[in-house]
Design a protein around this ligand. Structure first.
Ligand code: SF4
Length: 254
């Protein structure tokens, strides 16, 4: 196939590019293992603690909190200043402490226990609305819990996924992180397994290759698809361009 036909991959519609991004990264990283590593409560509270905080410091805060106060009821009953001290490795402990107590109170009031398991039975929209109504919980955190723990067809978009999606051209340059949740979701099959893999793969790419300040484009498997690459390096090599599926790059595009 001539290179001119292959370079048409850069001009593919965003929805088609999104599927191709998914296919290429799935082949590059391999399938994300199924099964949830954390309980829904841990996923929710840890994600709140993780805001602008390293994974190590988030884990430290979580462990200290439960060691100090014993269980969720102990966390709710604790003096807020003491809770803030226990989670002091997080970025904003004085803000997070009252938030965590309020989140726990709402969970107990809704479900009668400190458990989110009943969300499994809720429709997606109801779950998202209820979770995002809580202090400090945005669409990303709510989507993480519903996708990771309950296999609901939602797509969490963090700064890594957002950055990759914009550079490759899966979303427009003015699409916000919030808005990208819906835009990207509409461009993917509504299957939890696909959405989990898409989220994780683009997250890993953003963390380890598509850095914020200096993306390591030569090492990236998306060279043949990515608008940023085309703008900064010109068309990728024939071999890299050929990595884009032939069905998207044939004569029909011309
Ligand atoms: S080619 Fe470069 S800019 Fe594009 S996704 Fe890969 S690392 Fe990011």
């Amino acid at each position: 196939m001539p290179v001119s036909a292959l370079t048409a991959a850069y001009d593919l519609p965003p929805a088609t590019k999104t599927l191709e991004d998914h296919r290429i990264l799935h082949a590059f990283y391999g399938p994300v293992p199924a099964g949830q590593r954390r309980t829904p409560m841990r996923e929710l509270i840890s994600t709140v603690l993780s805001h602008r905080t390293t994974h190590r410091d988030e884990e430290l805060a979580y462990e200290r909190m439960l060691e100090t106060f014993g269980d969720w009821q102990g966390v709710v009953d604790a003096p807020t200043a003491e809770l803030a001290h226990a989670i002091r490795t997080t970025r904003w402990p004085d803000t997070q402490a009252p938030r965590i107590q309020e989140i726990l109170r709402r969970i107990k009031a809704e479900f009668g226990e400190y458990s989110l398991d009943a969300l499994a039975q809720w429709p997606v929209e109801r779950g998202l609305a209820w979770l995002t109504d809580m202090p400090g919980i945005g669409l990303k955190t709510a989507s993480l819990v519903l996708l990771f723990n309950f296999q609901k067809p939602v797509l969490p978009v963090d700064t890594h996924v957002h950055r990759v999606a914009q550079r490759v051209g899966l979303i427009g340059p003015k699409v916000s992180v919030e808005k990208a949740h819906q835009v990207l979701l509409a461009q993917l099959p509504p299957e939890a397994d696909v959405l989990l893999n898409f989220h994780k793969h683009n997250y890993w790419l953003g963390q380890h290759i598509c850095f914020f300040s200096k993306p390591n484009c030569p090492a990236c498997p998306l060279k043949g698809l990515c608008n940023y690459y085309l703008e900064h390096y010109g068309p990728a090599s024939a071999a890299d361009l050929a990595a884009v599926a032939p069905e998207w790059t044939g004569e029909k595009l011309h």
